[in-house]
Design a protein around this ligand. Structure first.
Ligand SMILES: *[C@@H]1O[C@H](CO)[C@@H](O)[C@H](O)[C@H]1NC(C)=O
Ligand SMILES: *[C@@H]1O[C@H](CO)[C@@H](O)[C@H](O)[C@H]1NC(C)=O
Ligand SMILES: *[C@@H]1O[C@H](CO)[C@@H](O)[C@H](O)[C@H]1NC(C)=O
Ligand SMILES: *[C@@H]1O[C@H](CO)[C@@H](O)[C@H](O)[C@H]1NC(C)=O
Ligand SMILES: *[C@@H]1O[C@H](CO)[C@@H](O)[C@H](O)[C@H]1NC(C)=O
Ligand SMILES: *[C@@H]1O[C@H](CO)[C@@H](O)[C@H](O)[C@H]1NC(C)=O
Length: 538
């Protein structure tokens, strides 16, 4: 071995040992064994085929601490290939665990696969759900809550307890029937109702008078923004997708599809039951679901009227969104203040303007990004990269800005240099609210604006304390700007959180890359990786 080779060899060993230390030595392991099955559920009173995890709908909550290793074996007992994705869990250096079709082969029916994740440097309120077909419209979703390590101080007093509310719209129609509708060129029908933890009106959360509780809320729905509020109680927002925010008081909060947040509520009222209301936004007539906040020992039922919330108002929502700000002096998962990372001074090295577009391909409805409608190849693009398999995707397909022309179908992958600091503008020329999610990273939401974005809008960006999250809304005929440090090597899905749009092509991948192979930047392909498509022979 030459000197350089020896050095590389030693560095390799160093890298290996330090990775093992990070992944395996210090932090506890949590093991979950989940069987995914069909079962009959009737959340809105209509029996239908649901997707259960260990017999449960919604699925069991993952509760872990920062840096814990979370090992989840999923046994697929459905009749179709299946994958689960972990919305907001970064999978730092572990793009192989992301559970989307661009990174993983789906788990074939009647077999199992083990996800090996680490909640590295994360804290906060997240969710998981199936990423394949329209499975999540039948269930299979649940909460993924990451708690602080004992050595970390939170920017608020330890609450007396926690409640998790998975809120989302719901369709009574079977997921395969909905999928057939989309496959044949029809659009998604409107939802039939809203659910809180799988039920439109019967969930009860019990607490003690005068105590303060943390409410974790995730919008697990597939198309509708919800507003949440509690009769007779104010909500103090403390966390948004892992960011500790300035603790403002709200009467009600908007939560868009794929988003999550946490707020504190103090039970200072008289001892009785109170309504918790979730309602749909941006239509004149809202669909509602209710739950009960019960003061322990109360035998007085909650009474009408229900607290009213906003309905069609967009301006109200945009105004509220601008009040979500990073608390610069608060800890995150680590004891250093969030504001010690000064994103405002970092040079932007890449700008993407991504417009959500609608069109037709072969006479059928498709959604796209700059009129490229994403097609999932049979071979996950991550595996195509790893094995140098040509013909799976082409970096030419993606478009950095809106381009006039018909909708085309393609496998849009953006070539990003590891550590690029990117500005992404989501331009929405449609009359509906959009929601965008990025895997593998949080981003700074620096501005919301009306009509058309242009470079002059940059002076309006919040370069100091913008909230740092993973899913952001884009209002109708408006734009949203985000800044993101793309420092997690891998293949990362950027997708519409409005699920039928994602299914019909409104998604892309960011290939965050450098040509060095190093365990410092990315872990090896897992030994249990499934192989399919053109990678089946490897
Ligand atoms: C997972 O599949 C393997 C075979 O690939 C089998 O040995 C194992 O028992 C299965 N585990 C579960 C939990 O079903
Ligand atoms: C910000 O965090 C600090 C430090 O934990 C905390 O003391 C303060 O109350 C927070 N400020 C607001 C406005 O939430
Ligand atoms: C409600 O009160 C009873 C009796 O004091 C107590 O045992 C129980 O733990 C309380 N439940 C909650 C959720 O605080
Ligand atoms: C990308 O597009 C250009 C021009 O359309 C073409 O010449 C080139 O071969 C394409 N690259 C690949 C890798 O297909
Ligand atoms: C996208 O394609 C559709 C046709 O499929 C077309 O109507 C629309 O104008 C195109 N959008 C742009 C920005 O060119
Ligand atoms: C989006 O709409 C604006 C008007 O609000 C228009 O100026 C612009 O050209 C549209 N962009 C595209 C790509 O269609």
């Amino acid at each position: 071995m030459g000197r350089v080779a020896v050095l590389h060899f030693l560095l390799g060993i160093l890298a290996l040992s330090s990775i093992f230390e990070v992944l395996h030595a210090e932090s506890p392991y949590r093991y979950y064994d989940w069987e995914v099955t069909y079962g009959t559920i009737s959340p809105l009173g209509v029996p239908q085929r649901g997707i259960l995890i260990n017999g449960q709908f919604p699925g069991p909550a993952v509760e872990c601490d920062t840096n814990d290793n979370v090992i989840i074996t999923i046994k697929n007992s459905l009749d179709e290939p299946f994958l689960m994705t972990w919305n907001g869990i970064w999978q730092r250096k572990m793009s192989w665990q992301d559970g989307v079709l661009g990174t993983n082969c789906p788990i074939p029916p009647h077999s199992n696969w083990t996800f090996k994740m680490q909640a590295k440097d994360q804290i906060g309120t997240y969710m998981y759900f199936p990423s394949t077909s329209l499975h999540r419209l039948a269930g299979g979703f649940g909460a993924f809550n990451i708690h602080k390590r004992s050595v970390i101080a939170l920017p608020y007093f330890e609450p007396a307890g926690e409640f998790t509310l998975l809120v989302g719209d719901w369709h009574n129609t079977d997921h395969k029937e909905l999928q057939q509708m989309l496959d044949s060129g029809s659009d998604m029908p409107m939802p039939d109702g809203l659910l809180i933890n799988g039920d439109p009106s019967n969930s009860v959360f019990t607490g003690e008078a005068e105590k303060t509780y943390l409410f974790r809320v995730a919008n697990v729905g597939t198309m509708t923004t919800i507003n949440i509020r509690i009769q007779g109680h104010m909500m103090k927002l403390v966390e948004v997708e892992g960011s500790h925010v300035l603790q403002e008081i709200y009467e009600s909060l908007d939560v868009h599809p794929g988003q999550s947040l946490a707020f504190l509520v103090t039970l200072h009222g008289s001892a009785k039951d109170y309504y918790i209301v979730a309602s749909t936004r941006f239509a004149r007539t809202a669909i509602e679901a209710t739950a009960i906040l019960r003061y322990n020992g109360s035998n007085v039922d909650a009474s009408h009227p229900l607290p009213v919330g906003p309905t069609y108002q967009v301006h109200w929502s945009m105004k509220q969104a601008r009040t979500f700000r990073w608390n610069l002096t608060a800890n995150a998962a680590r004891p250093n203040p969030q504001g010690s990372y000064r994103y405002g001074g970092i040079q932007i090295t890449r700008t993407l303007v991504l417009e959500n577009t609608v069109g037709e391909v072969d006479g059928k409805l498709r959604y796209g990004v700059n009129n490229v409608s994403y097609n999932n190849p049979d071979t996950p693009i991550k595996l195509a990269d790893y094995y140098n398999i040509p013909g799976v995707y082409n970096l030419n397909t993606s478009r950095d800005k809106p381009t006039p022309g018909p909708m085309v179908s393609g496998t849009a992958v953006y070539d990003i240099a590891l550590h690029d600091f990117a500005e992404i503008i989501f331009q929405n020329n449609e009359t509906t609210t959009q929601s965008w999610h990025l895997d593998g990273h949080n981003f700074f939401v620096v501005a919301f604006g009306a009509n058309q974005w242009s470079p002059e809008m940059r002076i309006k960006y919040n370069m100091v304390d913008a909230v740092w999250r993973n899913t952001v809304q884009v209002y109708r005929n408006s734009w949203t700007a985000i800044l993101v440090s793309l420092d997690n090597k891998g293949m990362w899905n950027l997708r519409s959180a409005i699920w039928h749009r994602q299914y019909l092509g409104q998604q892309v991948y960011l290939r965050v890359w450098n040509d060095e192979t190093s365990l410092f930047t990315e872990s090896e392909i897992p030994p249990n990786a499934l192989k399919c498509g053109k990678a089946a022979k490897f």
